[in-house]
Design a protein around this ligand. Structure first.
Ligand SMILES: NC(=O)c1ccc[n+]([C@@H]2O[C@H](COP(=O)([O-])OP(=O)(O)OC[C@H]3O[C@@H](n4cnc5c(N)ncnc54)[C@H](O)[C@@H]3O)[C@@H](O)[C@H]2O)c1
Length: 250
């Protein structure tokens, strides 16, 4: 996939992995629309890369659809979607014998899982109408999972369930959309030094970083963005979830 002058949508673009991805795609010549609930930080990143800031709560499916439409009207149908919106959450099923509220579980699934499918379906519909590029390719959809989909900690039940849903969607979506020239790929980050990590791991310290086989440090968002760029360019990567974790298995 050639990024030059291609429209790209990055969600969760006000911070962390999404913000760095938006910077990388803009640097590669893409016309980037940035979506996030944090309007102020979003505007800052968009200004920096001359992108389009679209503030939106992605757990509101109608608002998310309107945001996607706004991106299409400004830059044309996106050939690339990188969905980074997500919320960290750590809460035990039982606290002092009381059950976690079902609403907490539902809200996390709305933000992390439902928004992923919502963006995927809207992007696929637009991409399917685009002309093909080299090798018959029309577009690439990249969703962000987590290693917690496979190895969640105590307290991660809701977060792991939401990310496990993202992992499970990738192959069937790639199988369905492949004949249309659309690739679907997931990335499962390990420990990256962003606000989401600090919310999940209350006792974050250097011991946790040292438990990563190599390198003994938290990932940098640029390392995530580098992988996104490679996935976009390498047409053989499809229908899979790539772990990006320094060999970390907690
Ligand atoms: N940082 C890590 O260690 C790590 C590990 C595994 C997976 N992830 C996943 O990576 C993705 C990016 O997270 P990050 O680490 O960059 O964290 P981050 O907190 O820096 O960024 C997440 C962004 O999502 C936005 N967001 C949250 N809820 C939203 C909503 N309802 N509507 C619109 N925007 C919303 C936030 O405003 C924020 O800008 C998330 O899906 C997260 O679960 C992160």
């Amino acid at each position: 996939m050639d990024l030059w002058q291609s429209a790209a949508v990055v969600t969760g673009a006000a911070s962390g992995l999404g913000a760095e991805t938006a910077r990388f795609l803009a640097e590669a010549g893409a016309k980037v629309s940035l979506i996030d609930i944090d309007a102020i930080r979003l505007e800052g990143v968009a200004r920096e890369i001359d992108g389009l800031a679209i503030p939106c709560d992605m757990s509101d499916s109608d608002a998310a659809e309107a945001a996607f439409k706004q991106a299409r009207e400004a830059n044309g149908a996106a050939r690339v979607l990188v969905h980074c919106v997500g919320r960290g959450h750590s809460q035990k099923i039982l606290t002092d014998g009381e059950p976690m509220s079902l609403d907490s579980f539902r809200q996390l699934v709305e933000v992390n899982l439902m928004s992923t499918f919502n963006m995927m379906r809207l992007a696929a519909a637009d991409m399917a109408r685009l002309d093909t590029q080299a090798q018959g390719e029309r577009g690439v959809i990249i969703s962000t999972a987590s290693v917690a989909a496979y190895e969640g900690q105590s307290g991660d039940t809701a977060y792991s369930a939401s990310k496990g849903g993202v992992v499970s969607m990738i192959l069937p979506a790639a199988r369905e959309l492949g004949p249309l020239g659309i690739r679907v790929v997931g990335i499962a980050p390990g420990l990256f030094g962003t606000p989401t990590l600090f919310k999940m791991e209350r006792n974050l310290d250097s011991r946790l970083a040292r438990s990563i086989p190599f390198p003994h440090r938290f990932g940098d968002p640029s390392e995530f963005a580098m992988l996104v760029k490679h996935v976009i360019k390498n047409v053989m990567i499809n229908g899979t979830v790539l772990r990006l974790d320094g060999g970390f298995h907690h």
